[in-house]
Design a protein around this ligand. Structure first.
Ligand SMILES: [Ca+2]
Length: 396
């Protein structure tokens, strides 16, 4: 047996054992809010600091304690704020500006300071860390008399935790206007423009919305954000279903929770107690019902099982009938699995192969099991206790 060649083949196989990490996502949410400023110079409106153009700017009049503010319409944990200074002149005017994050809308100076701007070169963007400061309002102000505040862009960056629904496949029973199903997972609660960041069905009998997580997860919580602009009572009675069946579009899966009500613009969390499932459905039983969702977040662990099929050829100059070779092969496979965090496995030969092709089904990071033979398989078998599994090598 040429062990070097086998090892190479093994690495190719193990490339399929990808362990999914909980992806966090940083998003600039500033444009979701409503900007304002203490005074206006010419047509340099407050919103020009949020238009994505570094050459258009907000601008206050010459005044005492000028400020610019964005109301994010809900509380966020702010990771950082960026400020882009004007490119054309007087870049020193920004010196000493204070960035604040807080809950107070009337007295913006009472909100805690995240950072103080020393200087920003003309046209440059500088990022200020706010380390998760919480608040609904982000303010930039300059203390003192005879001051002007000009901001060409402001970014407010928030880190969204590993929402399992993000980027997954979405469906709903019908769609009204532009209220697409996937807008319920765009990480935007749609308080400003619900028609482009919330989902909604038509008024119909038994409307539903579904996310396909692609693999089975242990669902701990589902968070539902209701619309802010109108009719929050439409969500009343919506059922959250979790399971693996697509029978009745997934609406026959077990119920995690029934939503009694959610105030306008609020987010409610429902505990699913580690229910296992690939599909999460929102379903409203009844006639003439609208299902409108401004955000659905799904949290949990997994995937619990990932099926992968791999064919592998082993080139060997020696025969697998040599017991030492067989032991060596298993031990190499075992240590290669262990290097990838897959340790709770048992490997054994059940029958020798003459020709080597391999196929596997395994759960990443939890177990990998195998059979090896003419049409050999890496099969999967989990013990009731959890991740322990058996790997059998055998020919068919
Ligand atoms: Ca701008």
């Amino acid at each position: 047996m040429n062990m070097r060649e086998f090892h190479k083949s093994l690495l190719i196989i193990l490339g399929f054992f990808s362990v999914q990490t909980k992806a966090e996502k940083e998003v600039n949410i500033a444009t979701r809010g409503i900007p304002s400023q203490s005074s206006l110079y010419s047509s340099w409106y407050a919103r020009k600091a949020l238009d994505g153009n570094n050459n258009t700017c907000s601008h206050t009049a010459l005044q005492t304690d000028p400020w610019w503010k964005v109301d994010l319409l809900k509380t966020y944990s702010v990771n950082r704020v960026t400020i882009t200074n004007r490119p054309d002149c007087c870049e020193q005017r920004i010196n000493g500006a204070e960035i604040r994050v807080g809950y107070d809308s009337s007295d913006v100076f009472s909100n805690p300071v995240c950072a103080v701007v020393a200087t920003i070169p003309a046209g440059a963007t500088i990022s200020y860390s706010c380390q998760g400061m919480e608040g609904r309002y982000v303010t930039v102000n300059i203390a003192g008399s005879s001051k002007i505040l000009t901001l060409c862009e402001v970014g407010v960056y928030v880190i969204f935790p590993g929402n399992l629904a993000t980027g997954k496949t979405i469906a709903q029973s019908s769609t009204i206007g532009t209220w697409l199903a996937r807008q319920a997972i765009d990480l935007n609660p749609g308080f400003k423009q619900p028609g482009s960041s919330c989902s909604s069905t038509n008024g119909e009998t038994n409307p539903w919305w579904r996310v396909d997580l692609h693999y089975i997860y242990r669902i701990s919580t589902v968070v539902v954000t209701n619309r802010l602009d109108c009719c929050p009572e439409r969500i009343n009675g919506a059922e959250i279903h979790v399971g693996n069946s697509l029978e009745n579009n997934g609406n026959n899966n077990p119920i995690c929770a029934v939503i009694s009500s959610i105030p306008a613009g609020a987010s409610s969390t429902y505990l699913c107690n580690n229910m296992e499932g690939r599909y999460v459905n929102l379903f409203i039983p009844g006639d003439s019902r609208f299902l409108t969702l401004c955000e659905v977040e799904v949290y949990g662990e997994g995937p619990l099982l990932k099926k992968t099929f791999v064919k592998m050829k082993l080139k060997s100059s020696s025969s697998l009938s040599e017991p030492e070779r067989r032991v060596q092969l298993l031990s190499q496979l075992e240590s290669a699995l262990a290097e990838r965090g897959i340790s709770d496995v048992t490997l054994q030969w059940t029958q020798l192969s003459k020709q080597e092709v391999m196929r596997k089904e395994a759960a990443p990071a939890q177990c990998a099991c195998a059979r090896l033979g003419k049409e050999a398989r890496l099969g999967h078998k989990m013990s009731p206790g959890g991740a322990r599994c058996t790997v059998d090598f055998m020919s068919d």
